[in-house]
Ligand binder design. Structure first.
Ligand code: IPE
Ligand code: IPE
Ligand code: MG
Length: 247
C-alpha cells in the first residue's frame, strides 16, 4: 500500500510523507527503573504513562494506526511476581484510559492469545474494545500475549480448517489470503517499526507484517521516549526512500 501524503499539523503546514501505521516495541522499562533504584513495576508504570502521551499525539501527526507490543508470548518466562504486577497494571490502565480514548476518538483493540490471561483482564479488554468501537481518529492495537510465530501458526490452522471445510482451494492460498487470516486482517502492514532501549531485534513482533516496514532502533529507554523524539523519528521516516524492490 502506498503511504498517504498528508499535511499534518505537527509539521506546521509542510506536506510530508506520514507513516499511516506505526508499530512500537516498547522496551527498556526494567532498565529505566533499575537506573533509579526503583522496582521494575515503577518502570512499567512510567512506560504506561509514556504510551498515553504517544497515543494522544498520533492523530496530530496524521498517523491512523498505532500498534504497540505490551507483552510477548515469551514474557511468561519472567517470574510470577513480575507477571502479577504487569497484569494488575494492564487492568488499572484499562480502567484509567477509557475517558482519554473517548476524548481523543481512539479505538482500541487487542491482538494475541487470550488463553493464559485472567478472566477479569479478558473481560475488561472486551469491555474497552466494545466501548471504543465507533471511534475513528486512531486505531490503537495492543499486542498482549502476542507472538509473531504464534500468529503464523494460528493462520496456518485457520487456512487448513478452511481447506478441510471446502471453503478454500489449495491453489487459492496466496499472500493476500494468508493476510486475511491474521489476528487483525483489516490492519495495513506497518510502515514504520520503532524499538526503544537499544536492542536490535524484533523479538517475535509482527513477523509476517514486517516484511517491508522501515525499522528505527533508538537507544532511549521506553519511559524516556518523549513525543519530541517520536516526532523526529516520524520526520526521519518521511525522508526515507521506500522502493519495495523496484528501481
Ligand atoms: C518492556 O520492558 C516491557 C515488557 C516486556 C513487558 P522490559 O520489562 O523488557 O524492560 P527491560 O528490557 O528489562 O529494561
Ligand atoms: C519485547 O521485549 C516484548 C515487549 C516489549 C512487550 P523483551 O524485553 O521481552 O524482548 P527481549 O527479551 O529483549 O528480546
Ligand atoms: Mg526488555
Amino acid at each position: 500500500m502506498e503511504p498517504e501524503i498528508r499535511a499534518a499539523s505537527i509539521f506546521r503546514g509542510r506536506v510530508s510523507v506520514i507513516p499511516q501505521h506505526v508499530a512500537i516495541v516498547m522496551d527498556g522499562n526494567g532498565r529505566w527503573a533499575r537506573k533509579r533504584g526503583l522496582p521494575r513495576l515503577e518502570g512499567h508504570r512510567a512506560g504506561a504513562e509514556r504510551l498515553r502521551e504517544i497515543v494522544k499525539c498520533c492523530p496530530d501527526h496524521g498517523i491512523r494506526f498505532l500498534t504497540v507490543f505490551a507483552f510477548s508470548t515469551e514474557n511468561w518466562k519472567r517470574g510470577r511476581h513480575e507477571i502479577n504486577r504487569l497484569t494488575e497494571l494492564f487492568q488499572a490502565y484499562i480502567d484509567s484510559e477509557l475517558e482519554m480514548l473517548q476524548d481523543y476518538g481512539v479505538r482500541i483493540r487487542f491482538i494475541g492469545s487470550r488463553r493464559r490471561l485472567s478472566h477479569t483482564l479478558v473481560a475488561r479488554m472486551a469491555m474497552l474494545e466494545e466501548a471504543t468501537a465507533d471511534n475513528r481518529s486512531l486505531l490503537l492495537t495492543v499486542a498482549l500475549n502476542y507472538g509473531g510465530r504464534r500468529e503464523i501458526a494460528h493462520i496456518v490452522r485457520q487456512v487448513a480448517e478452511a481447506v478441510r471445510n471446502g471453503e478454500v482451494n489449495v491453489d487459492q492460498i496466496s499472500e493476500d489470503l494468508v493476510s486475511r487470516y491474521a489476528y487483525a486482517p483489516d490492519l495495513p502492514d506497518p510502515d514504520l517499526i520503532i524499538r526503544t532501549s537499544g536492542e536490535l531485534r524484533l523479538s517475535n513482533f509482527l513477523l509476517w507484517q514486517a516484511a517491508y516496514a522501515e525499522l528505527e532502533f533508538v537507544d532511549t529507554l521506553w519511559p524516556d521516549f518523549t513525543v519530541a523524539e517520536f516526532t523526529s523519528v516520524v520526520e526521519r521516516f518521511a525522508r526515507r526512500s521506500r522502493r519495495f524492490g523496484a528501481l
